[in-house]
Design a binder for this molecule. Structure first.
Ligand SMILES: *[C@@H]1O[C@H](CO)[C@@H](O)[C@H](O)[C@H]1NC(C)=O
Ligand SMILES: *[C@@H]1O[C@H](CO)[C@@H](O)[C@H](O)[C@H]1NC(C)=O
Ligand SMILES: *[C@@H]1O[C@H](CO)[C@@H](O)[C@H](O)[C@H]1NC(C)=O
Ligand SMILES: *[C@@H]1O[C@H](CO)[C@@H](O)[C@H](O)[C@H]1NC(C)=O
Ligand SMILES: *[C@@H]1O[C@H](CO)[C@@H](O)[C@H](O)[C@H]1NC(C)=O
Ligand SMILES: *[C@@H]1O[C@H](CO)[C@@H](O)[C@H](O)[C@H]1NC(C)=O
Ligand SMILES: *[C@@H]1O[C@H](CO)[C@@H](O)[C@H](O)[C@H]1NC(C)=O
Ligand SMILES: *[C@@H]1O[C@H](CO)[C@@H](O)[C@H](O)[C@H]1NC(C)=O
Length: 426
């Protein structure tokens, strides 16, 4: 490195420059195809701590060359001027790491990120001016995907940010192995660092990674799992058992609803909650009597979306009318009742006779067949607001003739195969 003071005497120096410029402009027209080649050390690209050579191509032997750390000849940005046989005179932008060479090239060592800049070469002897842009890169560290929330409710906005190093040249997003391209609902901004998906759908759930690249290396973030909460929109009941159940038959109702997370289930019969509350997806019963027939409703609730779907099935004693799964209509109910009465008149008569006897002997107002909610502190939550039913405990056993109640304040629902009702007549 030369001491900048070596060339402090400006007078003779400027005279030499002027002379060279006048001479050179006559003899050496600017070669139009000249350019500056960047040779990084080490390859493949200029990197922090490394070195680079900026060399005129094709090589030329010129009397004077001046380098600027700028896109034009701004005197405050002059790094150095190299004069054949005299050597290097340093300018204001000289940092102690730059060396001029006889072939007019500029060698920079100890590269820093902020050496990234346009560089301007002025050759007064030819009048040539050439600009080159140097980009210094650093080894990329692993990026990280961050978000205020990786769990998004359907139709809301998913925001992911890739914490990428400044030296990132290309940033790509990936979901479950596929590169995401902007367009559709996917929006990329700030150099792809931010991924936004407004109106997020179920398909947007998955394993997201971001990958950063520059000429030195490529690094991928760890995957983050984005979860989309949705549904239920509809529920449906599958009936397993005889198509036309008779007394003693085993009937199993399985309720399903598309929802994430999986919905919470809740059943009611003839409009009243089952007691004890049944919160499994499966309702199993052995048909013991006509009071077990009627309309079974399944309510599927997703507390995260506040959505609830309800479906019902009506069960009537067979054979004949009224045994069908599916959605309920008034006609269906009527069919069940009529079918039951007509087809099983004797049975129903006998049953109601004994049931009536039982009722007359009962002192309690709440009993089988009543549409009144049976739990002492249990409102008919099928008509109350959503998301409340889990808090309600039903503390009595349904279908016990005579309204025998079994208090069970904290009786939660149990297995998927809860046997729901057995009628004991007295
Ligand atoms: C580049 O950054 C270094 C430290 O990181 C600083 O000392 C130097 O002045 C900066 N150079 C320019 C041209 O900004
Ligand atoms: C993320 O969003 C879900 C759904 O809106 C919400 O239930 C959850 O509390 C949120 N988590 C955080 C940490 O904000
Ligand atoms: C999202 O929007 C679609 C279409 O408007 C709708 O069908 C769906 O129920 C919505 N989902 C939620 C969770 O609001
Ligand atoms: C995403 O960003 C938008 C706008 O900045 C904001 O309204 C929304 O709540 C954000 N969503 C999440 C999940 O952070
Ligand atoms: C942004 O991502 C797209 C594809 O998803 C890619 O084509 C483009 O080069 C990326 N841009 C940057 C600056 O990384
Ligand atoms: C997410 O994907 C990456 C690769 O793309 C994989 O290494 C990682 O194990 C995945 N994470 C999960 C939780 O599946
Ligand atoms: C009724 O069916 C359920 C489910 O298949 C079974 O667990 C239960 O043991 C059956 N009960 C009778 C009495 O068959
Ligand atoms: C439910 O309704 C059916 C049909 O109306 C009836 O036969 C049955 O006794 C009722 N059961 C209860 C417990 O209300």
């Amino acid at each position: 490195m030369r001491d900048p003071g070596v060339w402090a005497g400006e007078g003779p120096w400027q005279g030499l420059l002027l002379a060279a410029a006048v001479l050179g402009s006559c003899l050496q027209p600017a070669p139009a195809q000249s350019h500056i080649a960047l040779t990084p050390d080490p390859p493949p690209a200029p990197q922090v701590g490394g070195a680079v050579t900026l060399a005129l191509q094709p090589p030329q032997s010129l009397a004077v060359c001046t380098w600027y750390r700028a896109a034009e000849s701004v005197s405050s940005a002059e790094i150095l001027t190299y004069v054949q046989d005299k050597g290097q005179r340093n300018g204001p932008s000289y940092t102690g790491r730059e060396t001029g060479r006889p072939d007019c090239s500029l060698h920079i060592t100890g590269l820093m990120l902020n050496d990234s800049s346009p560089y301007f070469l002025w050759m007064p002897t030819t009048g040539s001016k050439i600009t080159v842009t140097l980009a210094v890169y650093e080894m990329l560290l692993q990026p990280k995907v961050i978000s205020s929330n990786f769990t998004v409710v359907e139709n809301r906005t998913l925001n992911l940010t890739c914490e990428a190093p400044p030296s990132t040249e290309t940033l790509l997003w990936d979901r479950d192995g596929s590169v995401l391209v902007p367009g559709g609902r996917v929006e990329l901004s700030t150099g792809n660092r931010t991924l936004t998906v407004p109106g997020v759908g179920r398909d947007d759930a998955g394993n997201y990674t971001c990958e950063v690249r520059n000429p030195i290396n490529t690094v991928r973030s760890k995957g983050v799992i984005v979860t989309v909460i949705y549904g239920p929109v509809a529920a449906h009941i599958t009936l397993t058992g005889p198509l036309h159940p008779l007394l003693g038959d085993n009937v199993t109702l399985t309720c399903a609803a598309d929802s994430f997370p999986a919905p919470q289930f809740h059943w009611s019969h003839n409009g009243s909650d089952l007691v004890p509350a049944l919160t499994s997806a499966v309702l199993s019963l052995v048909l013991r009597g006509a009071e077990q027939t009627g309309v079974f409703e399944c309510h599927a609730t997703n507390p995260h979306t506040g959505r609830r779907a309800t479906t019902s099935v009506s069960i009537g004693l067979g054979p004949g009318l009224g045994q069908q799964a599916g959605s309920l209509s008034g006609g269906t109910i009527a069919g069940i009742i009529i079918g039951t009465l007509v087809g099983l008149g004797l049975l129903v008569f006998v049953f109601y006779y004994f049931w009536g006897q039982s009722k007359r002997h009962s002192k309690k107002p709440v009993q089988t067949g009543s549409r009144t909610p049976v739990a002492p502190h249990g409102p008919d939550v099928t008509r109350s607001g959503p998301l409340k039913e889990e808090e309600v405990s039903y503390s009595s056993v349904a279908f016990r003739a005579g309204g025998l109640q079994t208090p069970r304040p904290q009786g939660p629902a149990k297995a998927d195969t809860t046997v729901y009702a057995e009628v004991k007549k007295k």
